[in-house]
Design a protein around this ligand. Structure first.
Ligand SMILES: Cc1cc2nc3c(=O)[nH]c(=O)nc-3n(C[C@H](O)[C@H](O)[C@H](O)COP(=O)(O)OP(=O)(O)OC[C@H]3O[C@@H](n4cnc5c(N)ncnc54)[C@H](O)[C@@H]3O)c2cc1C
Ligand code: FES
Ligand code: FES
Length: 475
């Protein structure tokens, strides 16, 4: 049984009832099956268009925190303990919400198909309760596509509506919603949903999750579901056994220590982005161009690492910061340097009875400079064609003491340009040395050609990223 708040009341769904929806039903499909919630639209069913955007409010201390999500990628059990807000809830019958009013005033809608999704992204932005600048507005709207209005009036609507201290009906009703969510929280526990053809486990503690992983090593782990969700929505797979670890508080820690930042594997990438802006700028730069805000609100660091994709954006950066990946089983924990974690195409050192539980980022980088770069077909909401994360330490004579050149998209796995690294070590950090090393970068990779780029294009990108790194750090 799961419980969440929708339309000002607690909704309960008993998935063990064979007549109920399946636990891998997406929130979008759940909403589309209700008689009065057709405002939430399906555009792409893969997290790209934002037409399905909803807002989830979660209890944070004594307050509610509101974030936008792509409902096409959330499984319904993930709603447990949250308030689901759709476009039908935003206005009142006698009064538009300020974000809706601003969209009307700026002519921000034409055919209207994308509009509910935009309204929900704007609503989440509004509920941050601060005056937003253009950069913040663009970021909040990156995950919403409109093919007829054009974005200028929508951006203008955001700037008009999203200003500091502007209470709405949600502010007035917040204490009632908090009471309802606390009622749900009192019977907070794990879920074990068994049906004829599906077993969906959603433990509430890490100990339970590890025990289940040991008992069912074949269980498909799901956290943010931004990768796994596509198996259901695009590949139409019926997932037989799922271990959903998104309900485990201890996986969501973000702990500051004098010498390190510890990041739980279940921390979402938007929260991480906001946390590392000053302390780990190369990670911040990569997260700033990772998916969209809706995707980052769901996607986790553990999921990106476990995926071990050659174009995953966080592995190269974590490698260049000398991060450690902590993996756990019922037998205890292992700490694996990020540099050694990925072993091949979508393979890693993770064993079948283990989960990634946290990542340790050391603060002390001993005077090294670390930068990250991502090249994709378009700047926003696109996965990498080629990425690079580079780490450089120079001696007092401006010679290269230590250098790591870590590339994504150039091989079957995230890979270092070892020959270029060896060549540059001991050489002056000069344009001449770097140009010679660029030729080695070209030689040592044999990238694939695909829809994103030909192999030759990738080589040029990899060369030029090294030149850019030099140009950014030469002084
Ligand atoms: C529209 C869209 C845009 C995207 N943009 C980007 C992008 O810019 N850059 C990029 O790198 N990726 C991108 N992705 C891919 C995806 O968002 C990331 O890989 C994300 O970090 C996955 O995290 P998740 O929590 O959603 O993983 P899930 O989908 O829940 O799981 C992903 C994999 O990790 C495993 N897993 C998850 N957590 C753990 C754990 N703690 N321990 C062990 N195994 C685990 C799962 O079994 C699964 O194999 C995008 C995806 C979409 C749909
Ligand atoms: S339907 Fe396109 S993002 Fe969900
Ligand atoms: S108003 Fe038509 S797609 Fe945006």
């Amino acid at each position: 049984m799961i419980s969440f708040v929708q339309d000002d009341r607690i909704v309960r769904i008993d998935f063990n009832d064979p007549l109920s929806i399946s636990p891998t039903t997406t929130v979008l499909n759940y909403l589309r099956g209700l008689p009065d919630h057709k405002g939430t639209k399906e555009g792409c069913a893969e997290g790209d268009c934002g037409a399905c955007t909803v807002v989830l409010a979660t209890l944070e201390g004594e307050r509610l925190s509101y974030s936008a999500y792509d409902s096409c990628l959330i499984f319904v059990p993930m709603l447990h303990g949250k308030q689901l807000i759709t476009v039908e809830n935003v206005g009142r019958s006698d009064q538009l919400h300020p974000v809706q009013q601003a969209m009307v005033e700026t002519d921000g809608s034409q055919c209207g198909y994308c509009t509910p999704g935009f309204i929900m992204s704007l609503f989440a932005l509004y509920k941050q309760e601060k005056t937003v600048d253009r950069e913040e507005i663009n970021d909040a709207l990156t995950g919403n596509l409109c093919r007829c209005t054009g974005y200028r009036p929508i951006v203008e609507a955001a700037a008009r509506a999203c200003v500091l201290e502007n209470p709405d009906q949600f502010s007035q009703q917040e204490s009632q919603v908090i009471d309802l969510l606390q009622t749900i929280r009192r019977d907070h526990g794990g879920q074990d949903i068994q049906r004829d053809d599906q077993h969906y486990m959603r433990p509430a503690s890490l100990a339970d999750a590890l025990a289940l992983k040991k008992q069912y090593p074949d269980a498909l782990v799901v956290n943010g579901a931004t990768d796994i969700g596509l198996l259901v929505t695009k590949q139409k797979k019926k997932l037989a056994r799922i271990l959903d670890i998104s309900n485990i508080d201890s996986l969501k820690i973000l702990e500051n220590h004098p010498d390190r930042l510890e990041v739980g594997a279940g921390v979402n990438l938007e929260e991480l982005r906001l946390k590392v802006r000053d302390s780990f700028p190369a990670l911040y730069d990569m997260l700033a161009v990772f998916g969209s805000r809706q995707i980052r609100n769901m996607a986790t660091l553990g999921g990106n690492l476990a995926n071990a994709s050659p174009i995953g954006d966080t592995p190269p950066v974590l490698m260049s910061y000398f991060a450690e990946i902590v993996v756990e089983s019922t037998g205890g924990e292992r700490r694996i340097p990020a540099l050694d974690f990925i072993t091949g195409y979508r393979t890693s050192q993770l064993r079948e009875d283990e989960l990634i539980t946290r990542v340790i980022l050391p603060r002390q980088q001993n005077g090294s400079v670390i930068r990250s770069y991502k090249i994709s077909k378009r700047k926003d909401l696109d996965i990498s064609t080629v990425s690079g994360s580079f780490r450089l330490h120079l001696d007092e004579n401006n010679n290269v003491d230590e250098i790591y050149l870590i590339y994504g998209g150039m091989a079957a796995m995230t890979k270092r340009a070892s020959k270029a690294e060896a060549f540059l070590t001991g050489k002056p950090w000069s344009r001449d040395s770097v140009e010679a090393a660029m030729d080695l970068v070209t030689e040592e990779f044999t990238p694939i050609s695909d829809a994103r780029s030909g192999a030759e294009g990738r080589k040029v990108m990899a060369r030029n990223l090294l030149l850019k790194f030099w140009s950014d750090t030469a002084n």
